[in-house]
Design a protein around this ligand. Structure first.
Ligand code: HEM
Length: 146
């Protein structure tokens, strides 16, 4: 059983939402930047997307990640469970658990860089805390845990 964390502080949620809106406005589709960085840092991940010749799977996956972040910082209805189950589902794709944490960190970096000069200390703190909380659920041991 997972130990549940407290919900995201509403001030942090506001800062994260503002950063995501700004990044979407400035950068449009963040998928190319996110995956380029993922594959530069974790080159063995690129081949796992061999079926994704159009980029649709990568795009949809990132869209699901953003949706999950919005749920996680808001009502947190499903996102924490989704992370735990996707970590296990993805073991079937040969995606190591540690890469999940890397991936969330890369999303944060790309959002920060896309916000540029409008990135605020409040956004910085809020994202740091968000990544720590997401890591908590990535690190859960899953179904077979003793
Ligand atoms: C919370 C984080 C993530 C979510 C919500 C997510 C979601 C998804 C979804 C919905 C799919 C489509 C197939 C399915 O339903 O299982 C998928 C496929 C895949 N994901 Fe993720 N994913 C996440 C993180 C990652 C990470 C960190 C990697 C590392 C590279 C990754 C690699 C893959 C691969 C290789 C596929 C298979 C593509 C194929 O169908 O050929 N995912 N993911």
């Amino acid at each position: 059983m997972s130990r549940l964390l407290a919900p995201t502080d509403p001030a942090d949620a506001t800062a994260i939402e503002a950063s995501l809106e700004l990044a979407a406005e400035r950068g449009g589709d963040l998928a190319p930047a996110v995956y380029a960085r993922l594959f530069a840092r974790e080159p063995q991940m690129q081949a796992l997307f061999w079926r994704d010749t159009s980029g649709a799977i990568k795009g949809e996956m990132l869209a699901k990640v953003f949706e999950a972040i919005f749920d996680f910082i808001g009502p947190r209805i499903y996102a924490h469970h989704l992370i735990e189950t996707e970590v296990i589902t993805h073991e079937g794709y040969e995606v190591p658990r540690a890469v999940f944490a890397t991936f969330f960190g890369i999303v944060a970096e790309v959002v920060r860089e896309t916000c540029g000069a409008d990135w605020t200390p409040a956004m910085d703190g809020a994202w740091r805390r968000l990544l720590t909380d997401l890591d908590h659920y990535v690190a859960q041991r899953g179904r077979a845990a003793a």
